[in-house]
Structures are given as C-alpha cells and as structure tokens.
Write a new protein. Structure first.
Length: 501
C-alpha cells in the first residue's frame, strides 16, 4: 500500500518539525558490559555466551570498568555533567532476543546529562543540538527470520536466535527536543549524527561503523502547527544505519505526518521501519511510554560513583575534538569550507593526515585520496579505509612523482597495481616497467621520429603556433607508452625546431 505524502514545501508551510534523536553506540570493549564473554563477532552462533548474558537463574552481573570509562569520555566530549552517583535499572519488556526478559539500562539516573553538540551545516551555519542524557546499557541478541521475502518476521516460517551480541556494551545518547530547524531539520539530523560519529571515533571508544551496526539512530519526529507550543504525537523510526538514511527518514516522516494531519487524521505513537530502497517507513508496533517498561533499580548491581579526580583525569586526556581539528587542518591546508566538507563527506580526513605524516605534501595527499582513490572506493562500494592501500604507500607514490620517476598517468597505474594486490608501489613500478623515460638519448630519438612524421604540425609550430606542439608531445607520449616526461618532451621539440617556448 502506497503511503500518502504531502509535498515537503506544503508540509513546512503549515507545520514546524520537532525531532528527537537517539543514537546507540556499540563500545569497542574486549568483553561484554556485565560479564567476561568476548565481544568478538562473526563467531559461531551462541558461542560467545555464559550464564550471565543468557540470563540464567543465579548468574550475577559485574560492571565493565572500560564501559564506564568510555561513557564518561563520551559525556565529557558532549559537554555533559557527569553524575557523582548513578545506578542501573531494569527495563522490562519481552523480546525473544533479550534472554533475561529485561534490559539492564539506566533510566532516571544516567551517568551523563545536560550537554550539547555544535554541528556545522553545508553552508557553514552552526546549529547547536542539546543533549538530554548519555547512559549505559547492553545490546540485545540477534534474530534472523527465515522463509520470508523481506527478512522481517512477517511472512517468515521460523526465526533463529543468536545471543553472541546480547550484553555487548552500548551507550545511548538522547537529544533534547530539536526545535527551530524548520526546513533544514533533515539536514540537521544528518549533520548531528555525522558529527557525533566523528566525536566517537576521535575518542577511540568505538569504530562507530554504521554499516556494521556499531552505531545506529532512532529518529523521533512530530509536527506542530505554526504558533503552537505543544508538541505533536511522535513516531520513532528505528535503527537507521546511514547518514543519508537519517536525513531521508526525517524528510519522509515530515511529509507523512503532514498528509495525515491535513486529512484530519491522528498520528499514532509507534515505531516505524525504514526502507533503504525507497526511503519510506512502515508501521512497526505501538510505542510504549516509559512507565510501560516498569523501570526499577537493578538490585544486583551497586551504584556507580565515579571519583571526581578520575573524571578530571579523563577530561584532561580528551583528544582534540573533530570540529576544532577540522578548522585547524583547513587553515593548515589552505582549503575552503566547501572543500573541507567534501573531504569530510568522503571520510578522507584521517587518510590524508596519515599520508602527510608519512612525508607527502598536503596538496598531493588530498589530490590522490579525493581523486583516484575516492573514485575507486565509489566504484567498488567500499570506504576509503577499506581500500587495499596504506597512507604510507600513497606517500611513496607522491615521492616517486616528485622525484620525476613517475608522471601522473603512471602514478595512477601504480595505485591501480597496489589496489590489485601486486605489491608495494616500488614493486608495481618494477613489475609493470612503469618508470618515466629519463634517458635523453631515447627521448631525443622519439622526438626526432615525431617531428619527421608530422611535417604539417611542424610547419604550424614554426609559423608561431606553439600550442600545436601538444600534438607532437602526444605522439611522443604514445611512442613511450606514457612514460616520458611531457614537460621535457615539449622542451626538446621546441629546441629542435628553434622556436621560443
């Protein structure tokens, strides 16, 4: 059934969107949040479990110290207050992939609260997103629905449960209601999640790979008529796992809500499923309120009371935050805001920095990562980090070009060879015979042959049309399989013809 939508412009003409974003970050700890089971995934189903994470009677949890430390670091990076005393709670609800029938989480006493994150939009405008809380909890297991056409439970013949993921540490970061973004609300949502991902990566507490489920976003959205203060009824689009999808989900829900309200309908408070193929959402289940989860303090865990000295020690050890770092690098590299945003969108910042640290000039590092390598990543559907080439290898290619051993055309072939697993840049040069022809005698011979074979072009050059020399340069480059220094070839041509360059 096709969902009725109002045009985006008409929706914004009548309503103000209000968003709330809940981001779950899977921490990169070696063990689970409340037991000693390994967090290493891609193991045999149900092999990374124990009585505690399976919820067996009598098994008692113990808090992961690194999980608490990571939560504090995240809170500090988001300008939050860090609780002097907090505790865990049981969130009671039934899911087949939650073996205890409750989730150990935090409710009214989170470890971090009242923060903010400034995000920069594509035109340079900075929008402040206020943070309600960041709290600790555990992940659920994984359900695999078999026999249906969509991979969802509807239409499946049976489901398989893998509890390896149950108990993996999560930090849930919840914003306060995001108001005032207007037509830019979807863009703000995307920018916020992007900036938050960069913060998490900078802290080193998670790889924050959305494509691997290490970071996922629930998009809460409601509309209210212009001039009203009361929020509308919200929907919650669950587990959105890419930046583009966060933006698309917010936009779709704005249009869907507006269509329902315009027709006099009522918005149902529910969870929604997002569909990557067309950017739509469909109904999931009626959304519970907090009281429906019957929260109560977890009796098997002592409260967490981080010492102020420890908190300040962690604060002092925080790395340079991404936005500050980007502004510094932009000035150092001498690039525009727009170019820096493109580099960020491509996920190339760290690769470029590492290439510069390996000895490459900044302009050359940017050139290769944002050009040839970005093209290859796009064609193969991978991120730059997943390409089979290291920043040090890119720096070596830059070094070979600077030394005159390679020109740009040959350098592209070297990079191609490295990506195909043919070895280091030097090994590819050797195997493919790609060095620039620098032998003056060989170049001179190739130039003489090109001059002899192109009398008409020679006449044009000698009559003052120096630009025509490009055709002779091309002939020499073809004869040398692109391995000549084009600038030196042109010099030789003009010298031999007695023409000033």
């Amino acid at each position: 059934m096709t969902t009725e939508l109002l045009s985006y412009e008409d929706a914004l003409a009548s309503y103000d969107p209000v968003m709330g974003l809940e981001v779950h970050v899977e921490l990169g700890t070696k063990t689970k949040m409340f037991c000693g089971c390994s967090t290493e995934l891609k193991q045999d189903a149900n092999s990374q479990t124990c009585p505690t994470c399976l919820g067996l009677p009598g098994a008692l949890p113990v808090v992961n110290e690194i999980g608490v430390e990571s939560a504090i670091k995240i809170g500090l990076a988001l300008h939050c207050e860090i609780a002097e005393w907090c505790r865990f709670a049981r969130k009671n609800y039934f899911y087949p992939d939650m073996p205890k029938n409750f989730q150990t989480s935090q409710y009214d006493e989170p470890i971090a609260f009242n923060g903010y994150l400034d995000v920069q939009l594509e035109d340079g405008e900075v929008f402040r997103v206020e943070i309600e809380r960041a709290h600790m909890e555990e992940d659920t297991g994984k359900s695999t629905h078999v026999g249906g056409a969509t991979g969802r439970i509807h239409g499946a013949s049976h489901s398989l449960l893998d509890y390896n993921r149950a108990g993996i540490p999560l930090i849930e970061i919840v914003t306060k209601p995001i108001e005032g973004a207007g037509e830019r609300a979807p863009e703000v949502a995307k920018a916020y999640v992007a900036e938050l991902r960069e913060v998490i990566k900078a802290l080193g507490v998670s790889e924050a790979r959305m494509d691997k489920g290490q970071m996922r976003c629930d998009v809460n959205l409601s509309l209210r008529p212009h001039g009203r203060e009361e929020f509308g009824t919200r929907s919650e689009t669950k587990n959105v796992n890419s930046l583009r999808s966060v933006e698309r989900a917010a936009r779709f829900e704005i249009q869907r809500h507006a269509a329902v309200l315009k027709d006099g309908g009522t918005i149902v408070q529910e969870t929604r499923h997002f569909h990557e193929e067309d950017g739509s959402t469909t109904s999931g289940r009626i959304k519970d309120n907090a009281e429906d989860y019957r929260y109560f303090p977890e009796p098997d865990l002592v409260p967490v009371a981080p010492a102020r000295e420890w908190v300040e020690e962690l604060r002092a050890g925080l790395p340079e935050m991404p936005r500050v770092r980007r502004n510094r690098l932009r000035e150092e590299w001498g690039v525009s805001e727009h170019d820096m945003q493109s580099i960020l969108n491509a996920g190339a910042v760290d690769s470029i920095v590492a290439t510069i640290e390996a000895g490459a000039p900044s302009d050359q590092a940017r050139k290769w990562w944002m050009g040839e390598l970005a093209r290859n990543a796009n064609e193969t559907g991978r991120s730059l980090e997943e390409l089979d080439i290291t920043p040090a290898q890119v720096a070596r290619v830059c070094e070979l070009v600077a030394a005159g051993d390679l020109n740009d055309k040959l350098a592209r072939q070297v990079i191609e060879g490295v990506l195909k697993g043919e070895g280091t840049p030097d090994e590819v040069v050797e195997k493919r015979g790609l060095k620039v022809v620098s032998d003056e005698g060989a170049l001179s011979t190739a130039v003489d042959e090109a001059i002899a074979a192109n009398a008409g072009i020679v006449a044009k050059i000698q009559s003052g049309k120096v630009a025509a020399a490009g055709a002779l340069v091309g002939a020499v480059m073809k004869a040398t399989r692109g391995q000549a220094d084009a600038a030196r070839v042109k010099e030789l041509i003009l010298e031999k013809l007695g023409v000033e360059g």
